[in-house]
Design a protein around this ligand. Structure first.
Ligand code: M6R
Length: 365
């Protein structure tokens, strides 16, 4: 049950320090500075031969896959394509035998994802799956896979599954990277970063009271923009999806620099923008994107590194998160966005655990 929590969604948001620890438990080994998985079922030779990965999923799992693309590129130097399962299943993209198809799914029962996986298998590809539901159709049919061990996710809005999917993708990138070019020193640093992650998420959850106040200021909005770059572009998409599905407020995520190519026309004093702007390699770039919005009268809510004065000087509201390495920022920045969607939905009087028109698992095409 949901215990003392008023909703499953809130319980699942608060479980994330533990669910992340569970995703990592027993999988990170100091001796060889890498990750290990029991069920990948890949021979050493198969592993070396992988030269491309096609990730496929729907909804939030698709956003996790998009983070995976950045992770695999940076840590494993592997080319990745991310495809909506509903599109991949009816396409016939040229892929050679060294392309692995990786399906991401919380439930393991999503009809489109299952069909894309079956189609890939039929074409002779090795298929892998990252699943939460043990023994689900996709978990059974993939050649190999990794479980999230996040426990049942009941809220229709996916929260803890997203952060665990990204954590598993990080460990997979580490594993693949270590069979290629990553040194043991680099591998060990990633392991140390991952070990510190549950505590960073615990700290990020402390923004809740502040998020509640921010939600009250903006709950009347009809449109909200979510903006981020690089690792945080998929998180912007995910933040927008969370708000849309449980509060029914229209929201869009964009790579922050795309605004000037059209969407900035939407900006006015009633259209808030949520900026993902923690310190990192693109910080200055995102700051200038944020200034462009302010200059056009758009209210700005910034998710930023704790104590960042430069951000505070521009944004109307700043929600602080702890500093983590850039490739782990998707997990930490997702926390305030989940809480923001939850609080806005409550203020709008919506049923957060069972939003209208939606089912927890989409088993029809
Ligand atoms: O079970 P899956 O991960 O395959 O589900 C995919 C989507 O249906 C799911 O993520 C959906 O978008 C959620 N309601 C998002 O919160």
């Amino acid at each position: 049950g949901r215990g003392a929590y008023p909703h499953y969604m809130l319980k699942e948001i608060y479980e994330q320090p533990e669910t992340l620890a569970n995703a990592m438990r027993g999988r990170l080994t100091e001796a060889d500075s890498t990750a290990h998985f029991g069920g990948l079922n890949l021979s050493a030779q198969q592993l070396r031969q992988i030269d491309r990965v096609v990730m496929t999923a729907c909804g939030t799992s698709y956003h996790a896959a998009m983070v995976g693309e950045y992770l695999f590129e940076e840590l494993a130097r592997l080319p990745v394509e991310v495809e909506y399962a509903s599109e991949l299943r009816y396409r016939n993209p040229p892929m050679d035998r060294n392309t692995v198809v990786l399906a991401l799914t919380q439930s393991g029962e999503t009809a489109d994802t299952l069909a894309a996986l079956r189609e890939s298998k039929r074409m002779g590809h090795t298929t892998l799956a990252i699943c939460n539901a043990v023994g689900s159709s996709i978990a059974r049919e993939a050649d190999g896979g990794v479980y999230l061990h996040a426990g049942a996710e009941i809220g229709v809005a996916s929260t803890k599954a997203f952060t665990s999917q990204v954590a598993v993708l990080t460990m997979l990138a580490l594993y693949l990277g270590r069979t290629r070019h990553l040194s043991s020193t680099q591998g060990q640093r990633i392991i140390d970063d991952l070990h510190a992650l549950p505590e960073a998420v615990r700290q990020a959850l402390r923004c809740h009271d502040h998020v509640k106040r921010v939600a009250a200021k903006y709950a009347h909005a009809k449109n909200v923009l979510y903006l981020g770059r690089q690792y945080l572009y998929p998180v912007a998409l995910e933040g927008a999806l969370k708000l849309k599905e449980i509060s029914y407020i229209h929201a869009e995520g964009y790579p922050a620099a795309e605004m000037k190519h059209g969407p900035i026309a939407l900006v006015d004093p009633n259209t808030p923008s949520v900026f993902l702007v923690p310190r990192g390699s693109v910080f200055d770039k995102v700051m200038s994107n944020m200034q462009e919005i302010k200059a056009r009268g758009g209210p700005v809510i910034a998710i930023a590194s704790a104590g960042d004065r430069e951000v505070a000087a521009v944004a109307d509201d700043v929600i602080a998160i702890p500093d983590v390495p850039e490739y782990l920022q998707p997990i930490v920045t997702a926390i305030p966005l989940q809480l923001l969607a939850y609080e806005v939905a409550l203020l709008c009087g919506c049923d957060v655990d069972k939003p209208r028109n939606l089912a927890k698992s989409v088993t029809v095409e």
